[in-house]
Design a protein around this ligand. Structure first.
Ligand SMILES: *[C@@H]1O[C@H](CO)[C@@H](O)[C@H](O)[C@H]1NC(C)=O
Ligand SMILES: *[C@@H]1O[C@H](CO)[C@@H](O)[C@H](O)[C@H]1NC(C)=O
Ligand SMILES: CC(=O)N[C@H]1CO[C@H](CO)[C@@H](O)[C@@H]1O
Length: 372
């Protein structure tokens, strides 16, 4: 799977200080659950504890980074931080500064940037399974003569949520709020597992989803090429996804002949019951056809919210200090729409269908630096 590296070129002048963020490695869960990255190392997440009015409120952001599509590809990935925790500590600043746009925008701890969520507990869940937390193969897979791979995305999801629930229960007492976010393969993680996470949490916790750019459509692209569908059908089998307990039961029922459908957001969307606010660009990967995306999202939405925009961007707006403040669709900024939705239950259903990418003057003028 190629990595998207969009509009690179602007490095911040001052290195950010991520002193309040610490790494949690889920070491015990390797033994107890078999929750492991592709290479067998423990999964993990970065956490910044909340304070004041945010002390019992939580955001978890699921990091993205595509998928691996064959044993060889997964083996190559297992030697990087998208498949191994070996370098998580060493790569702290890089990850928190750039991955999916980093811990900016809705993950910022600055009240000017992020007045609603700045003091919440924030979790940046690292992505090391290559499956949007959906693989489930019991034994290790031997590749070549001696190399071993683990497909344990579901177990990582469980280990992560268990660890968070334990932390939530310590000190401040039970959490009141949980926003489940993510971009790209992390956005797909939200679509796939939001209802399951809802069921894991005590009912007193308000849980909502904020998936960004996790819609990879089952459609020929603008060049007539079928890109995502054959890919997903293949990795669904290869990674044992049918055994993932967090797949949507309603979707599996409907697509029992071809369950790989339930690894695609557009087919899962109509079954998602937990409130969500979908954030997606039409031009994120050049592979989406905008009219079809609008139709699909709007027909599935019901009373859910969505914010569809025409900027050339994959991840980056939700996690970008400037982008998330300035991007406007139908007279409403991304930040403002999410705030009104979360705190005043105002549904926002905005899709800006424009012929030309970046025609909207509130698209970021100088490019957003992100690595997915
Ligand atoms: C760390 O958190 C404190 C509040 O507990 C905040 O005042 C400070 O700005 C934070 N530091 C950084 C570098 O984010
Ligand atoms: C860890 O970092 C070293 C040094 O940059 C690199 O050579 C190695 O491939 C990395 N390994 C993983 C698993 O990320
Ligand atoms: C609700 C809706 O519009 N669903 C459509 C989404 O896209 C797929 C593939 O084009 C269609 O089959 C669905 O009918």
């Amino acid at each position: 799977m190629k990595l998207w590296m969009l509009r690179l070129g602007f490095l911040p002048l001052v290195a950010a200080d991520f002193g309040n963020w610490s790494l949690v490695l889920l070491e015990e869960a390797v033994q107890t659950r078999g929750a492991a990255c592709l290479d067998g190392s423990p999964a993990g997440y970065w956490i910044e504890h909340g304070w004041g009015s945010g002390a019992k409120r939580w955001i978890i952001h699921f990091q993205g980074g595509g998928w691996c599509i064959s044993y060889e590809d997964c083996l190559a990935r297992s030697k990087t931080s998208l498949g191994s925790s070996l370098n998580f500590t060493a790569e702290k600043s890089k990850t928190l500064e750039y991955s999916d746009g980093g811990v900016h925008g809705y993950l910022s701890n600055q009240p000017e940037v992020n007045p609603d969520f700045y003091n919440w507990n924030k979790v940046f869940a690292l992505y090391c399974d290559g499956s949007s937390r959906n693989s489930e193969v019991e034994g290790p897979v031997v590749v070549g003569q001696k190399e071993v791979l683990y497909f344990r995305g579901h177990r990582i999801l469980m280990a992560t949520m268990e660890s968070l629930m334990e932390t939530m229960g310590q000190g401040t007492g039970l959490a009141t709020d949980l926003i489940v976010g993510g971009c790209s393969a992390g956005g797909l993680t939200v679509w796939l597992h939001l209802d399951y996470i809802r069921r894991l949490m005590p009912s007193s916790v308000r849980v909502v989803g904020l998936p960004q750019c996790g819609l990879f459509m089952d459609q020929p692209d603008y060049q007539g090429l079928e890109y995502f569908t054959p890919l997903y059908a293949h990795i669904f089998d290869m990674m044992g996804m049918i055994r993932s307990p967090s797949l949507d039961p309603g979707c599996l029922d409907k697509y029992s002949e071809e369950p790989w459908h339930c690894f695609m957001a557009q087919y899962v969307m109509p079954f998602v019951q937990t409130p969500y606010f979908a954030v997606n660009s039409f031009y994120d990967s050049e592979r989406n056809l905008k009219d079809i995306m609008v139709k699909n999202v709007s027909q599935s939405a019901g009373s859910h919210s969505y914010f569809l925009y025409s900027c050339v961007s994959h991840c980056g707006y939700l996690n970008h200090d400037d982008g998330w403040r300035r991007l406007v669709v139908n007279g409403q900024s991304l930040r403002g729409a999410i705030s009104a939705w979360y705190f005043h239950e105002r549904i926002f259903q905005g899709a800006q269908v424009q012929e030309m990418p970046d025609e909207n003057p509130t698209c970021h003028p100088y490019g957003i630096e992100i690595v997915v």
